[in-house]
Design a protein around this ligand. Structure first.
Ligand SMILES: [Mg+2]
Length: 233
């Protein structure tokens, strides 16, 4: 069983907003001149420049953010060594917030139940760290965009996690909130799919038809049992 993370187990916008606030508070205290750059219109150009310089790293969000911060420090007249040191420290502050998530209802209980019967892998386009989030014990492993150098719905992501889990696509189920990245991507990889649709969005896109739909995480154990997914534990 493979699990998307952001917007499947927690609200990513709320998490990133909190992490951004921590980052800006730290910069206001420690590197105010760099914060002035970070909070200015210059930031769009810096982001573009970093992406152009490191095109091969475009799926590694942590790396890109550190580079953007480093460029802000340099634009604030720091030495390269100080810029690097401060960018790493600023990122550490952001990353602590990024992993300080507020789970959706019953997320931990559901992972606990599922992990007793199935082998779970995380499959994410983001940079959350399952150990730091506090859910590592439920998972046998994780695959991120930074690991693969591609993002869902790219088939390389699904191939990577299926290989890591040593399971055939037809025996695996992917659970995620995103109709294209998760449902379409995993369908195309030959997996069964559960669309986590807690906001009860309507869809009539037949290319993105999930095997089943869940409106709450607590519904997953029964739903998965009803699909006849073989237990592996
Ligand atoms: Mg998601």
């Amino acid at each position: 069983m493979t699990f998307d993370l952001d917007n499947t187990l927690w609200d990513v916008m709320q998490t990133i907003t909190g992490a951004e606030k921590l980052l800006r508070d730290w910069m206001a205290e420690q590197t105010p001149a760099a914060l002035a750059v970070y909070a200015s219109e210059q930031i769009a150009g810096i982001r573009e420049q970093v992406l152009a310089t490191h095109a091969e790293k475009r799926h590694d969000l942590s790396f890109l953010r550190i580079q953007v911060l480093r460029q802000c420090m340099i634009a604030a007249n720091m030495s390269p060594a100080d810029a690097e040191e401060n960018a790493n420290q600023a990122f550490a502050v952001f990353f602590a917030g990024r992993n300080d998530v507020v789970f959706y209802p019953n997320a931990l209980e559901t992972l606990e139940i599922l992990s007793q019967h199935y082998t779970l892998f995380a499959l994410t386009n983001g940079n959350a760290d399952i150990e730091r989030v506090g859910i590592g014990r439920f998972f046998s492993g994780a695959v991120s965009s930074a690991d693969v150098g591609a993002s869902k719905p790219d088939q390389q992501m699904f191939t990577a996690v299926l290989t890591k889990a040593d399971v055939q696509a037809g025996r695996a189920v992917h659970i995620g909130d995103h109709l294209s990245d998760d449902v379409f991507g995993a369908n195309r990889a030959g997996m069964r799919t559960i669309w986590f649709n807690h906001e009860r969005q309507a869809t009539n896109n037949t290319d993105h038809e999930p095997t089943a739909e869940a409106h709450a995480l607590a519904d997953l154990p029964d739903l998965i049992a009803s699909l006849g997914v073989a237990q592996t534990r």
